[in-house]
Design a protein around this ligand. Structure first.
Ligand code: UD1
Length: 417
């Protein structure tokens, strides 16, 4: 099994260019099958989640051509059949085929999706939305058949502004008859990116990026060209790395507005950043002070940055408090950081952790338990004294495009062994 080996303590200088957003592209690819013609998507990151989605398209007889960061998808000859357990389980975002196939064929047959084990992650809100659009759901042992005679627009209130449910309901509603209104919708930038893609194909979606999204169903969706937005979680990860090791390190091709909560917290800790229109330069600072963070839906502090931020907080002087409000099981990385010398306490409900800094981290063997937890260990390895070996790195490679190459380019000593 490949592992990541890091020799810690090297300063980083130069430019890291951020890739296309994982959480956008993993919805754009399934959304493409709603198109009655060919679509082309650019700024596609080279991550294994994209390969897994391509395998699902291939299984459904849709063709894909991927070259130089673009993917062309032609689903004119698509065959609607069961997406097998193995394919469904490969990743969380396989669930977007529920909305997309339901929208196109009024029927979908697949299994409960996979994804990182960071909490229960039910899909009840997605299913409630499909039912309100007129679908009937049969579920047995995590195998779902969702079908409708016809899909009809409706008013759908989400009990929680779920990213997945908001996108999935949009996908099912774009070709439904009449008007759908999603209230208490998630407002993440990725949702705006998906809505823009669908609108470029001829869909009629208004309000994406606010808590009320209105969709007027259309009959036909035509060919279009679309670009994936920069990955705000990848950009945030590199900002944190820059805060710890950067010497005039530039994070390029990012949208600072998408990271307001992180930037505010880093600034509060004492990080020195020059914020440009599409880049941030991080200057060297020796000492940081503790800050508290609470994960929230967008535009709050992203749960996907909480674990990497935890590594940063081990280097801040004083006690920092992390409150994780989105997932029930997102502190597994702390137990690995402890092996490296971090000091912390986790409350019995597993929702609050207090980190005591500044800790001297030492390289050792650790295993990644999930994507962002793996990134948290990787950042720890970069600042630790000595050598760190990270196991289970497939988690990290699911979501970070060319992370080894990008870090090597700016001076890190990191390799896959
Ligand atoms: C997406 C992102 C993930 C990110 C998360 C929150 C993708 C592929 N993944 O995940 O990286 O961490 O948003 O920003 O884009 N919930 C329910 N019922 C549902 C749906 C969700 O109770 O039907 C709960 C979940 O258990 C969780 C919370 O809502 O506690 C957030 O989930 P959601 O926003 O749906 O996250 P995902 O779409 O799974």
């Amino acid at each position: 099994m490949p592992k990541i080996k890091i020799e810690g303590g090297h300063q980083l200088t130069g430019t890291i260019t951020v890739s296309g957003a994982k959480n956008s592209v993993v919805a754009l690819i399934p959304a493409a099958i709603l198109c009655d013609e060919k679509v082309k998507i650019s700024n596609v990151p080279n991550i294994t989640d994209v390969n897994d989605l391509e395998n699902i398209l291939d299984h459904l007889n849709a063709t894909t051509v991927r070259k130089d960061g673009t993917i062309e998808i032609n689903s004119s000859d698509i065959i609607n059949k069961e997406i097998t357990y193995e394919l469904s389980k490969k990743l969380r975002a396989s669930y977007y085929f529920m909305g997309a196939l339901l929208g196109r064929f009024k029927k979908v047959d697949m299994y409960f999706p996979g994804g990182c084990a960071i909490g229960a992650r039910p899909i009840n809100l997605h299913l409630k939305g499909f039912e309100l659009l007129g679908a009937k759901i049969t579920e047995e042992d995590n195998h779902f058949i969702i079908e409708a005679d016809k899909l009809k627009g409706n008013n759908i209130y989400l009990d929680f502004p779920s990213v997945g449910a908001t996108i999935n309901i949009m996908l099912a509603a774009v070709k439904a008859k009449g008007k759908t209104i999603i209230d208490n919708a998630a407002q993440e930038p990725e949702i705006v990116n998906i809505a823009t893609f669908l609108n470029n194909m001829g869909a009629k979606i208004k309000g994406a990026g606010t808590s009320t999204i209105t969709i007027i169903g259309v009959k036909y969706l035509h060919s279009c060209f679309h670009e994936v937005i920069p990955d705000r979680i990848e950009a945030g990860t590199y900002l944190i790395i820059g805060a710890l090791l950067g010497k005039k390190l530039k994070i390029a091709n990012m949208i600072p507005n998408h990271l307001e909560a992180l930037i505010a917290k880093l600034t509060e800790a004492g990080v020195d950043m020059e914020i440009g229109i599409d880049n941030i330069i991080i200057n060297e600072v020796k000492d940081y002070k503790a800050v508290d963070i609470k994960t929230l839906v967008y535009p709050g502090f992203a749960t996907d940055l909480q674990q990497v931020m935890a590594t940063f907080l081990t280097q801040c002087k004083g006690k920092s408090l992390i409150e994780e409000t989105i997932y029930e099981n997102r502190f597994q990385n702390l137990l690995r950081l402890e092996k490296m010398g971090a000091e912390f306490k986790i409350a019995p409900d597993n929702r609050i952790a207090v980190i005591k800094g500044k800790a001297k981290l030492k390289g050792t063997y650790v295993d990644a338990t999930d994507l962002r937890g793996g990134a948290s260990l990787l950042v720890a390895g970069l600042i630790a004294e000595g050598e760190t070996t990270i196991d289970n790195i497939s988690y990290i490679l699911r979501g970070y495009d060319q992370i080894i190459e990008k870090l090597t380019e700016v001076g890190a000593k990191i390799e896959i062994i």
